[in-house]
Design a protein around this ligand. Structure first.
Ligand SMILES: [Zn+2]
Length: 314
């Protein structure tokens, strides 16, 4: 790449123009989409010189491919649409959303309004429908492909699309962003536009891939933000939230945070010492390249199988 003029790129988190290209992921111009399709475009990784946010920017052609893919998005097609299952050491298998809802259920009221931003095929809403009987559920997604399926879920009141302003006005007690923040053009903008729906004890539940524990996430072309627990918490604290539960241990390769709106800390600025983050990111890109080259050496000309086929192994 490099064709894209860097000084016009604006950080998705702090709006600084100090965005710098670090390098490309892997050894070939190939990436994977978050619904596990391979595309012949390289993933180029950038870092913000002000807040250290790791992110991607796409040229018009790649952005077009991603937009087309969202309209025919094939969630979990490797598992026929079922949500990934996790295997906590203390109990039998369950889905990621079931596990996390079990953890937070003691911290939320018995009834309330839940707003799910980026519902996809309704993984969060299906679990909420089973586990939060007294709650009214509201859904939002940029595409309406799963609208009918979502509206059939018990206790789902509405489905909105196109813009956040079309969500029915209510005070929401729990807002969920489940694997959606990493896809957004501007997470900062999203929080500012959602603020009208917060009240002084609104809870927010967020899960995103953790780039530190799963650096292969960098190769997922439509993940345009790459968070760690710290960077996610930085963004949320700047927007007036305080952490109630740190769910890092609940799902091993994701950052999961349960927070509460305090309303007082609404400030725009986020600055960090970016040097170490930049170095670590360059090292990570080198490490990914080395892993791929070693694997290429091992399997050259031979048939091979990968045990545990998910996005990372793709
Ligand atoms: Zn920034």
């Amino acid at each position: 790449m490099g064709k894209m003029s860097e000084n016009t790129l604006q950080c998705r988190i702090c709006r600084s123009y100090l965005v710098e290209e670090i390098g490309t992921v892997g050894v070939k111009p190939i990436s994977v989409t978050s619904d596990s399709k391979l595309i012949e475009k390289e993933s180029v990784v950038f870092i913000c010189g002000q807040c250290g946010h790791i992110q991607k920017f796409h040229d018009a052609q790649t952005a077009g491919i991603i937009a087309d893919n969202y309209s025919s998005y094939d969630i979990y097609h490797l598992s026929n649409g079922s949500e990934q299952v996790v295997f906590p050491t203390d109990s039998s298998s369950k889905t990621r959303t079931q596990l996390v809802f079990e953890k937070i259920i003691g911290y939320i009221p018995e009834r309330g309004n839940l707003l799910d931003i980026g519902s996809g095929n309704g993984a969060v809403l299906k679990t909420a429908s089973q586990m939060l009987g007294g709650w009214k559920l509201f859904s939002y997604d940029v595409v309406d492909r799963f609208k009918e399926e979502i509206l059939k879920i018990t206790n789902v009141i509405s489905f909105s699309s196109t813009s956040l302003e079309t969500i029915p006005f209510a005070e929401y007690d729990l807002i969920t962003l489940w694997h959606s923040l990493e896809h957004m053009e501007s997470p900062l903008d999203t929080f500012e536009r959602l603020q009208r729906y917060f009240h002084d004890s609104t809870n927010i539940l967020i899960q995103v891939p953790d780039v530190i524990r799963n650096p292969f996430d960098l190769a997922i072309i439509d993940h345009v933000s790459h968070f760690s627990k710290d960077s996610l918490l930085g963004l949320l604290s700047a927007k007036g939230f305080i952490m109630v539960l740190d769910g890092s241990e609940w799902v091993h390769n994701c950052a999961t945070l349960f927070l509460k709106y305090e309303g007082s800390g609404w400030c725009p600025g986020l600055t960090r010492d970016v040097g170490p983050i930049k170095l670590e990111l360059s090292d990570t890109l080198l490490w990914i390249r080395r892993v791929l080259l070693e694997m290429d050496d091992l399997i050259r000309g031979r048939k091979f199988g990968i045990f545990g086929m998910g996005l990372s192994s793709l």
